[in-house]
Design a protein around this ligand. Structure first.
Ligand SMILES: Nc1ncnc2c1ncn2[C@@H]1O[C@H](COP(=O)(O)OP(=O)(O)OP(=O)(O)O)[C@@H](O)[C@H]1O
Ligand SMILES: [Mg+2]
Length: 332
């Protein structure tokens, strides 16, 4: 079965084709980062308009690049939510209209399900059940993944998400938006010189809180008489270490508590080199395994939506052809 995937929940237009037999056939992505950078965050109306401008050319480009006639598509998976309503409407309208004209089913996908299943597109994926650490721009969750469609959130952030903390800290250091990657590159040049808080490290539960960490960085920045590049690198390094330590410790706790042995990591912060190293080192010491998506599939993309659609087809979780978007939508 060939599944077309469409992702338009926020500021990336992603289109992909996933074959349940052959795997990923191709994918294409347009990021709107340049469009929103001047505003320091995503402007919803600009995002919707840009999706409208590019969704058809991107689809046509992918179909011609992969030599796929439209009538070979068996089903269309699209992000139904959560996300920006206008942006979601572009992808869902496109998916439903195309599916109607081709007389094929649509499969509405929860954006976070796309993220958390993305590591399973790689070679030698873990078997169900497993634990997932979802660390994206809007979420920081530890999820017990029982099977496709059955998710129990066992840890969550009480305030800022990990990606949000990276972005806000990057902004304090003048690194632009979104600053997660820039901050991690700067951190490589610095030393762990500042002792920043490890929020909720000893709380005994699996929840996170990152807004205090961001405030600690703000106070640290204000306390500097001169914010040199050297000091900025040390702050970035200390921040990254604090956040990495908390995420690693909570994942270990969650694996111990659930008696699961595999962790998959997904979402944009899952691309972070230090986090990957820390999880790999600490989990292997306890004979746990950790799985990551390739870097390009950590952040939003169409491939993870096509793949989630294919998994749902495989598991016979078909959709009833209704057409609405869900800007807010609980994963569990
Ligand atoms: N190497 C990196 N290190 C740390 N953070 C990173 C890195 N690369 C990307 N990020 C962060 O990942 C986030 C974007 O990830 P993603 O696209 O998964 O989030 P989102 O789609 O905006 O949020 P959500 O999926 O929760 O709605 C941004 O906050 C970005 O700064
Ligand atoms: Mg996302």
């Amino acid at each position: 079965m060939l599944v077309l995937g469409i992702e338009t929940s926020c500021d990336e237009t992603g289109i992909a084709l996933y074959d349940t037999e052959k795997g990923l056939i191709g994918h294409t992505l347009h990021s709107q980062v340049d469009l929103h950078e001047a505003y320091g965050g995503v402007v919803p109306e600009l995002a919707s308009r840009d999706h409208i401008r590019l969704i058809v050319p991107l689809l046509e480009n992918l179909l011609s690049k992969t030599k796929t006639p439209k009538d070979r598509i068996d089903a269309i998976a699209y992000t139904q939510g959560p996300g920006l309503s206008g942006a979601l409407l572009v992808g869902s309208a496109m998916a439903e209209a195309l599916a109607f004209s081709l007389e094929i089913p649509t499969i509405p996908i929860h954006h976070l399900e796309g993220h958390l299943l993305a590591p399973l597109m790689e070679k030698n994926p873990p078997a169900f059940p497993f634990l997932a650490l979802l660390v994206s721009g809007g979420h920081t969750q530890i999820i017990h993944v029982k099977k496709v469609g059955v998710y129990e959130i066992i840890g969550d952030t009480l305030d800022d998400a990990a990606g949000e903390a990276f972005d806000k800290t990057a902004q304090l250091l003048g690194l632009g938006y979104p600053g997660g990657l820039a901050l991690s590159l700067l951190a490589e040049k610095g030393h762990h010189h500042f002792d920043l808080p490890r929020p909720l490290l000893h709380s005994g539960d699996l929840n996170f809180s990152f807004s205090g960490l961001k405030t600690a960085v703000l106070n640290l920045v204000r306390a500097q008489t001169l914010l040199t590049d050297h000091i900025k690198a040390d702050i970035a390094c200390s921040f990254q270490l604090a956040i990495t330590e908390v995420l690693t410790k909570k994942c270990l706790m969650a694996l111990d508590q659930t008696h699961l042995t595999s962790l998959v990591v997904s979402g944009g912060v899952g691309a972070n080199k230090q986090l990957r190293q820390s999880l790999q080192e600490n989990l292997s010491q306890k004979n746990y395994s950790v799985f990551f998506p390739r870097l390009e599939f950590c952040t939003d993309n169409g491939a993870m939506i096509a793949f989630a659609g294919a998994m749902r087809l495989d598991n016979s979780l078909k959709h009833d052809l209704s057409f609405k978007v869900k800007p807010r939508w609980q994963l569990a």
